[in-house]
Design a protein around this ligand. Structure first.
Ligand code: GDP
Length: 302
């Protein structure tokens, strides 16, 4: 995973290792760094911002003979990226759900994302994970638009022995969400997971629909689901959803096939929200917590 992005970072550290730091060298290194970030699917604006920051932090460096310049740059990058990931914070969903269930209230999670990213599969994977933690879970079929969406969620739920709250196609998704909350409350369920629509052709309507569900249901947590393989698109989608509906954490799917790795970095950097899980396959157990320390550690090979 993420090999390309790792190479992008090593270009900057190894280039600097090789010669003394003149300002021309620094410009070249910065230019190549930016290019390789973009090649690794880091969004344009994020690549520019990172390069500027790297340039700024490098320009004052007076590297002594005894010091490895690559190390110095590595330190700077680690501090820079570490700060962005630290600012985004971390989330312990299971602890949050347990805390809320002490008061007898269900914890409500709204899933957001474009069709095809793996949202419904992710709802099932999260449900599976919570069940294994001993929490009770119910799902709500909030995609009332896409033919087959309700059956798809129901099929996953049947395999996991979970109840799905659903209405007919064309129903108001906010009403489905509200039904889900009522069901979860009356049956003392710990957590409600709401799947939603993600049709791409009508962005404005989709954002309005998501904002309405969020207003009506008042979720405790909004998870944005993105396909890591779509790179730059994943970043623009994150910005779109974050701007219109807001989200609290992201899940990046298909990380098992993602050699570039730029999406995780870009989403955290541009939205300030943490990546909480990575999808690493098609099975229900193929969901792993995202560990920013080991992600950054492996990028910077530290
Ligand atoms: P939705 O339209 O966003 O609800 O997407 P689906 O949940 O239907 O998933 C679309 C496809 O992506 C399905 O074939 C899933 O099995 C696949 N998929 C979802 N998550 C992952 C993942 O983490 N890794 C891989 N390799 N495939 C995934």
């Amino acid at each position: 995973m993420f090999d390309r992005l790792r190479q992008a970072f090593s270009t900057v550290t190894s280039a600097i290792k090789e010669k003394e730091l003149t300002s021309k060298d620094l410009d070249d290194v910065a230019f190549n760094f930016q290019l390789s970030l973009i090649e690794s699917d880091v969004g344009q604006s994020v690549a520019e911002a990172l390069t500027t920051e790297v340039q700024k932090s490098l320009s004052g460096i007076k590297v002594e003979r005894s010091v490895d310049p690559g190390e110095v740059v590595g330190e700077r990058l680690a501090t820079l990226l570490g700060a962005a990931f630290a600012k985004a914070g971390t989330v312990d969903l299971v602890a949050n759900i347990r805390e809320k269930s002490k008061g007898g209230e269900p914890y409500v999670i709204l899933f957001l994302g474009i069709n095809g990213t793996g949202k419904t599969t992710t709802v099932a994977k999260v449900a599976n994970r919570l069940k294994k933690e001993g929490l009770s879970v119910v799902c709500a079929a909030g995609d009332t638009h896409r033919p087959g969406a309700i059956e798809q969620l129901t099929e996953h739920a049947d395999r996991l022995s979970l109840k799905v709250v659903a209405q007919r196609y064309g129903a108001d998704p906010a009403a489905v969400g509200r039904d889900g909350v009522l069901y979860a409350k009356s049956h003392h369920v710990d957590c409600l997971l709401i799947d939603t629509a993600g049709r791409m052709q009508t962005n404005q309507n989709l954002m309005e629909e998501m904002a309405k569900i969020a207003r009506v249901v008042k979720p405790d947590f909004k998870i944005f689901v993105a396909d890591a393989l779509t790179g730059n698109d994943a970043v623009s989608q994150a910005e779109l959803f974050n701007g219109h509906v807001g989200f609290d954490g992201a899940v990046l799917t298909k990380a098992d096939a993602d050699v570039r790795g730029g999406a995780a970095l870009s989403i955290v950097y541009s939205t300030g929200k943490p990546v909480i899980y990575l999808g690493v396959g098609q099975g229900y157990d193929d969901l792993v917590p995202f560990d920013s320390k080991s992600f950054l550690g492996s990028l910077l090979e530290r």
